[in-house]
Design a binder for this molecule. Structure first.
Ligand code: ZN
Length: 300
């Protein structure tokens, strides 16, 4: 099942019948989709927002299994989507979670997941602009998971049962802010300028993946592939991250976890490559679709 938020309303998203056979390729995106407004189709039992849906996740999933295409009325385009969730209670992000990325960052592999936050005020739609608030804004494509069933001390082995779905994320990072203090980086502030967390365009349930622990992700900048990997390369798997984080913090429906970025960020080049107005960043996460930002000058 796939869900998107359009105009603040949660939508079931399905490939248009005529395009069923056209799905394919590494990121498996259909050329055309239809949407079903969940609040309307459920006669206001669920929705209208994705947040309210997530609060009734188990009940909603049972209902969604019974819904056919006859309710599908809307069209879909990534440009029209809101962030999959707009105001989660908690956003966790995991740093240095791919070996080659830790190496390019010149950092040793963490012994436990290295967790920071992106403050929810930085969440943005999947398609739009990102402002170069500093001269060291960098890209980080990531697979994100959204919590559907909360919990405390969730074991890794059952962690996927707590995940509503997978979505795409860009963890934009101002490296100069992040490393303004030389000794102890402040990840959370350096990664929380407005618009630094595009999230979407679709939320995809784990059962849609052949293996939810092997999801492709890719980032291109001005058409050049800069990052290309698969979550099977994660140092700490989604389950291990959820076990570690929920061992300390209670997870709640709607919370977001960014699972880390693979090698190929701008910081890793000598000299570093950072975003400037006019640059275009396209990020893809298997099944969840494409995020696209044009870099612009910051507002005066
Ligand atoms: Zn990151």
């Amino acid at each position: 099942m796939r869900i998107a938020s359009i105009g603040g309303r949660a939508q079931l998203v399905r490939p248009a019948a005529a395009s069923d056979e056209s799905i394919g390729g590494r990121f498996d995106l259909a050329p055309a989709w239809v949407t079903t407004d969940i609040a309307a189709a459920s006669e206001l039992r669920f929705g209208p927002t994705t947040e309210s849906l997530l609060a009734q996740w188990d009940e909603f999933r049972r209902w969604a299994e019974s819904i056919d295409d006859s309710h599908a009325t809307g069209s879909y385009s990534p440009e029209a989507t809101d962030p999959v969730v707009s105001n989660p209670g908690q956003v966790f992000a995991v740093g240095l979670n791919y070996r080659a990325h830790a190496a390019e960052a010149g950092a040793p592999l963490p012994e436990v997941p290295l967790v920071f936050t992106k403050f929810p005020s930085c969440i943005a739609p999947a398609v739009g602009t990102v402002a170069a608030y500093t001269s060291a804004v960098d890209w980080e494509v990531e697979v994100a998971v959204v919590i559907g069933r909360g919990g405390f001390r969730i074991p890794a082995a059952t962690a996927w049962d707590h995940v509503a779905g997978v979505t795409g994320a860009q963890d934009y990072s101002a490296r100069d802010t992040q490393f303004a203090t030389k000794t102890n980086p402040q990840f959370s502030l350096g990664k929380s300028y407005p618009g630094f967390l595009p999230l979407g365009p679709q939320l995809v349930t784990a059962d849609e993946y052949a293996d939810p622990d092997a999801i492709d992700l890719e980032c291109t900048v001005n058409g050049v592939v800069r990052q290309s990997s698969n979550t099977s390369d994660l140092v700490f798997s989604v389950g291990e991250c959820i076990e570690y984080i929920s061992g300390i913090c209670s997870l709640r429906p709607g919370d977001v976890i960014l699972t880390g970025t693979p090698a190929g960020v701008g910081m890793g080049f000598k000299p570093p490559i950072y975003l400037a107005p006019g640059d275009e960043v396209v990020s893809r996460v298997e099944l969840a679709g494409e995020l696209r930002q044009t870099c612009v000058a910051p507002p005066a």
